[in-house]
Design a protein around this ligand. Structure first.
Ligand code: NAD
Length: 258
């Protein structure tokens, strides 16, 4: 029997990248999946359906609290609830603080931080009813340490870890846990844009820009993969992880050990 049969997992920002990796690994364990995110959802839907589980999609814009509420109602009515909530949707913008566009700051705080508050406040009553739940927040190494030119992202990700700890404590005597995963570099669209910008700024080929990006911060000089993060999420959903509460678990090739 698959470990997560009978559970429903809602993964925000799961049409690509890490969110899709999470959805695939949770589906491999038999969970019903609710996808969310922008762009064409069909390839993600097909990848999940091929694993033999039920798959739903809601296109809520994670910067809009009313749309988030609609998605949670949809999950409850159409997909059987929200037993596992993965707060993953996120965006990046890179600029010095004095040049940081105000609308980019607002969007990053809304999508990378406030959306996790909204999904969590709406999912917790459903999880409390069943006395079982897993909230997994995709923070980042940037929730633990800073990097120049990422003020909004670093502020939002530190905020996500703070939210994780407070929610974990509120739920400490229940069967609901809340933890954060803190990846280093993972090769997704979000990072490919940064490799392209680095190649342009330093006059490097894409391959050299990728090596430059990895060698600056990630001692293993290898990317973390969405599959590895998805498998950690599966572990956090297991009974073995029931006393892991309020953790911020880095998966970063050694980034924050330096
Ligand atoms: P990605 O760009 O591949 O995926 C982001 C997902 O979020 C997409 O599905 C996109 O459609 C969705 N999204 C963006 N804005 C949205 C909105 N307003 N409403 C709904 N969905 C929206 O990026 P990724 O690298 O897979 O990032 C996923 C998460 O992992 C983010 O929170 C990111 O900060 C975090 N993270 C990424 C890395 C990395 O190296 N890639 C490292 C650490 C943390």
């Amino acid at each position: 029997m698959q470990a997560l049969q009978g559970k429903t997992a809602l993964i925000t920002g799961s049409t690509s990248g890490i969110g899709l990796g999470m959805a695939i690994e949770l589906a491999r364990q038999g969970a019903t999946i609710v996808l969310n995110g922008f762009g064409d959802a069909a390839p993600a839907r097909e990848a999940i359906a091929a694993l033999g589980v039920a798959v739903h999609y809601h296109g809520a814009d994670m910067s809009k609290p009313a749309e988030i509420a609609d998605m949670l109602a949809f999950a409850r009515q159409e997909a059987g609830g929200v037993d596992i909530l993965v707060n993953n949707a996120g965006i990046q913008h890179v600029a010095n603080v004095e040049e940081f566009p105000v609308e980019k700051w607002d969007a990053i705080i809304a999508i990378n931080l406030s959306s996790a508050f909204h999904t969590t406040r709406l999912a917790v009553p459903l999880m409390r009813e069943r006395n079982w739940g897993r909230i997994i927040n995709l923070a980042s190494v940037h929730g633990l340490v800073g990097s120049a030119q990422k003020s909004a992202y670093v502020a939002a990700k530190h905020g996500v870890i703070g939210l994780t700890k407070a929610v974990a404590l509120e739920l400490a005597k229940t069967g609901v846990t809340c933890n954060a995963i803190c990846p280093g570099w993972v090769k997704t669209l979000l990072v490919e844009k940064q490799i392209e910008a680095r190649a342009e700024a330093k006059g490097l080929s894409l391959a050299d820009a990728q090596r430059d990006l990895l060698s600056e911060k990630q001692p293993s000089q290898e990317f973390v993969t969405p599959e590895q993060l998805g498998q950690l999420a599966v572990f956090l959903c297991s009974p073995a992880a029931s006393q892991i509460r309020g953790a911020a678990w880095n998966v970063d090739g050694g980034w924050v050990a330096q």
